[in-house]
Design a protein around this ligand. Structure first.
Ligand code: HEC
Length: 448
């Protein structure tokens, strides 16, 4: 299929923008020098000197009391108790949860949660040496984490300018999954404004139950009925995804007549909650601010047969080409339990050359990541080149996440059904901008 140029209005300001999610903003992995990395054979890898700093920076945001991980990893006793499981999860790169192939495609990603090879080696060496504690005096001071009732972005931007809550919902203790889908007017806007940051915040009690909280931007059409404004998804919240920041110079429009259409998916766990509210916070640029660049979030659907027979596999693909150059800023595949892998490639028809941009061959539906390319690595796609999106599905018993290989799988939004689309943050460029970036960089898709 061929997409029409996205923007016809003369007010369009094409250009570059990097949008990045806050995933792991608190967890930027500082490079910690360890005995293993220094090749220092004279001393053993110990918990207090080598492993504790790695857990603080890479694990504790989730593995602490009140975090989303199943156990705390704050001190020596806790880490030692889980050493065997930590070994399995870290060696297989299942933890930290950031599925993205090491050997293929662009590796320069913003807020990449993956441990590097040295960090993994340090953790494994510690466990293989019998998990020694080391000198307790060398234990780093405890790291502090934000209050779960606070906006996580408050530390960067203060309190949000606008908060849109769901209408209250009584969550029952037991039963099937529930969806709460109110549509709520965005309050307090006198004119169109540009968003600097967005965050979705379930209630503290609701945090363990809110499986997804997605929002779409709605606007009234000519007859007053609300329609989904194009590219209008504000955010997708799942598990640990916190929100999105738009950097200086860039912006995403929030129209004065906007509404938020919520879809909050509760997975019941025995706890009833009265009047539960999930909130969306917006931090805005000052009134009158017009950004230099505008970026769109696209949903691109893949095509193919999602009716998967028992013990079978299948594949879907989507093809997109534009009559102007684009830059792909972020990539987030979406599928469920039978999705095993996803890739994005660029095909240059003039040369027949085909380049893999990203591949996720160990997909897990439990973790929704928007992979954000670093600005100098974000793939540039010339006019006429083809973006190829591919998903592969496995309904056999070889798929470790498959709950029922004897079942037929249908297309649908329940976790046991399947879906096939990708979310991409795309900057639409003029030919001059494309050439300017290309000249600066040398080639369209970054060197690995
Ligand atoms: C973004 C949140 C997050 C981060 C960061 C994270 N974990 Fe986890 N971890 C989880 C959740 C949630 C689970 C349970 C669900 C699952 O296994 O996917 C889990 C499961 C585990 C398990 C399996 C527990 C069991 O009962 O078998 C281990 C071990 C583990 N994590 C270790 C780590 C280590 C070590 C790190 C850091 C190197 C880490 N995790 C980083 C959220 C996180």
């Amino acid at each position: 299929m061929r997409d029409a140029p996205i923007v016809e209005k003369s007010t369009w300001h094409p250009g570059l923008i990097t949008m990045f999610t806050l995933i792991g903003l608190a967890m930027l992995s500082f490079h910690t020098e360890t005995a293993a990395q220094e090749g220092d054979q004279s001393r053993q890898v110990t918990f207090t000197e080598d492993v504790a700093p790695l857990l603080q920076e890479n694990c504790q945001i989730c593995h602490r009391e009140g975090g989303i991980g199943p156990m705390a990893l704050l001190n020596y006793q806790q880490a030692r108790r889980y050493a065997a499981r930590i070994r399995t999860q870290v060696a297989s790169r299942e933890m930290p949860p950031y599925q993205y192939d090491q050997e293929v495609g662009i590796q320069a990603l913003e807020h990449d949660m993956r441990l590097n090879d040295d960090q993994i080696a340090t953790i494994l060496a510690w466990i293989d040496a019998g998990s020694p504690e080391g000198d307790p005096a060398k234990m780093p001071p405890a790291k502090s984490f934000p209050d779960p009732a606070e906006w996580r972005m408050a530390e960067h931007f203060g309190q949000p300018d606008i908060v849109v809550g769901t209408t209250p919902y009584d969550v029952p203790a037991e039963g099937n999954d529930k969806w709460w889908e109110p549509t709520v007017k965005i309050p307090g806007l006198e004119g169109d404004r540009y968003i600097r940051a967005i965050e979705v915040k379930p209630s503290v009690q609701g945090r363990g139950l809110v499986h997804h909280a997605n929002t779409n931007l709605m606007r009234p059409g000519p007859a007053g009925e609300l329609y989904n404004a194009s590219g209008g998804r504000f955010t997708e919240y799942a598990g640990n995804k916190l929100g999105e920041i738009v950097p200086e110079g860039a912006g995403r429009l929030i129209p004065a007549d906007g509404w938020v259409a919520w879809s909050v998916h509760y997975h019941l766990n025995g706890t009833a909650i009265e009047d539960d509210v999930t909130e969306l916070g917006f931090w805005l640029y000052p009134e009158g601010y017009v950004p230099e660049y505008e970026q769109r979030l696209h949903r691109w659907d893949l095509e193919g047969d999602l009716l998967i027979p028992p013990h079978e596999t299948t594949m879907t693909q989507g093809f997109h080409t534009f009559d102007h150059p684009i830059r792909i800023d972020s990539y987030q595949p979406h599928g469920h339990l039978r999705l095993r892998g996803a890739s994005i490639e660029v095909l240059y028809p003039e040369t027949g050359q085909r380049e893999v941009v990203s591949m996720i061959s160990n997909w897990s539906t439990w973790w929704a990541h928007s992979h954000i390319y670093e600005e100098d690595s974000a793939p540039l796609v010339p006019a006429g080149a083809v973006v190829i999106l591919t998903h592969w599905y496995d309904n056999t018993e070889d798929n470790p996440y498959n709950p029922a290989p004897d079942q037929w799988v249908y297309p649908g939004s329940r976790t046991n059904d399947e879906m096939s689309h990708d979310w991409l943050g795309v900057s639409h460029l003029s030919q001059e901008q494309y050439e300017e970036i290309l000249a600066r960089r040398g080639r369209p898709v970054a060197e690995r």
